[in-house]
Write a protein that binds this ligand. Structure first.
Ligand code: SF4
Length: 390
């Protein structure tokens, strides 16, 4: 699986702490960014020797890329990797970029899944977040995407805003997947300043939890099943790409700020567009030794996971999904301590202990146990995982 990071946006949303640079006055180094991305692709093509199943353009705002530049990237992907078995090719997009021509161009490039950042259906909330689109534009983008031939469309919503969600104008039939994220106030963002200065008042935790449950119920009534803390899908439309992150499948991340994982090591490109572009487009600074196994080069860092790191990562990801944690995935020497620490979460109803799922002939063993978070437990998944860390 391949992730490509597009670290540019038309402007900065007030809540955003992702690595992305706003395009100032329409000027941005799109050519040199794509040149650098292509250079990184060439250098690292050997790191994904197997057929690629999923490609994901994330950001930032990937739909800021003109079709011509996207075409160069897709052509290079085909040159460097085996895409003959591709199952899912996702591009994150903002509604205002999705004109009929742009959408047809995406289809022609092989994109078969769109993830559209709608965030809210209330224009006042959209202005508060400094989004560029209106609710009407978001609804039009969805209709246009279906008309262009997209049959797999995900949308993002944000809850925990001052106004509650109203879905009266929203047609759930147009989408197959949705993500709902609780608004968080990240230090250093514009929203952080607005809240501290008292210019924006956000709902308290109790209200945010109420909104989570209300949304969950609404989505389930519309035919979506929650399969991760923030993600809901119609049957068969769970995100293949993101599900593989949670399974800890190795992946290759390209672009400034992108992360990679080879099963043992994590590597991250530094979130610095200038450094990325200058390093990768300067022939003299590159050597053939920039693979995941090489010493750190100036544009990335890496670390090898200890077995404790790997277990803790597994706890963090598995307790965020409805599939939960299989005890058989935990090395024997950690199981007794983990089972003891899990008991309070079973008692308070945040986890359920699923019946054995295999090997009935020799009786129930630890290795057959699954611990699955309840809807309430999903809300507390990160804290629960941290408390279970080995
Ligand atoms: S469009 Fe997305 S990545 Fe860009 S500033 Fe807004 S939230 Fe951040």
């Amino acid at each position: 699986m391949i992730y490509l990071h597009v670290p540019f946006c038309h402007r900065k949303c007030t809540y955003c702490a992702f690595y992305s640079k706003p395009v100032v006055g329409g000027q941005w180094p799109v050519d040199s960014y794509v040149d650098a991305l292509l250079a990184e692709m060439e250098l690292r093509s050997g790191e994904q020797p197997h057929p690629i199943r999923t490609v994901y353009f994330g950001g930032g705002t990937p739909s800021i890329l003109p079709l011509k530049e996207l075409g160069r990237i897709v052509e290079a992907l085909h040159r460097c990797f085996d895409l003959s078995r591709i199952e899912e090719f996702t591009l994150e997009a903002n509604p205002e970029d999705l004109t009929p021509d742009y959408l047809s161009g995406l289809i022609a490039l092989g994109v078969n899944r769109l993830s559209i950042g709608i965030q809210s259906l209330d224009d006042e909330m959209l202005r508060l977040l400094n989004r560029r689109h209106t609710a009407r534009q978001a609804l039009d983008a969805l209709e246009n995407a279906r008309r262009a031939g997209f049959h797999n469309i995900s949308v993002d919503f944000i809850y925990g805003l001052p106004a509650d969600f109203q879905f009266s104008v929203f047609n759930f039939q147009l989408i197959t997947h949705l993500s709902a994220y609780a608004l968080t106030v990240e230090p250093g963002t514009a929203l952080d300043v607005q809240v501290r200065q008292g210019r924006v008042a956000l709902p308290d935790d109790e209200e945010v939890v109420r909104q989570y449950h209300a949304l969950r119920q609404q989505f389930e009534e519309a035919g979506f099943r929650q399969y991760e803390v923030s993600n809901y899908a119609r049957p068969g439309f769970e995100s293949k790409h993101n599900s593989r992150y949670w399974d800890r499948t190795p992946y290759l991340g390209l672009g400034p700020g992108a992360h990679s994982f080879d099963g043992r090591r994590r590597r991250w490109n530094l979130p610095d567009n200038q450094l990325y572009i200058s390093t990768l487009t300067s022939k003299t600074s590159l050597s053939s030794s920039t693979s995941l196994s090489s010493p750190p080069s100036p544009y990335f860092e890496e670390e090898t996971l200890t077995s404790a790191d790997a277990i803790n990562e597994l706890l963090l990801t598995s307790l965020r999904t409805v599939h939960g944690l299989s005890l058989s995935a935990i090395p024997q020497e950690y199981r007794d301590a983990l089972l003891e620490k899990i008991q309070p979460y079973l008692a308070c109803g945040w986890l359920t202990q699923a019946p054995k799922t295999q090997n009935s002939e020799i009786g129930i063993q630890h290795s057959e146990l699954f611990f699955r978070p309840t809807p309430e437990g999903l809300l507390h998944a990160d804290g629960m995982a941290a408390a279970l860390f080995v």
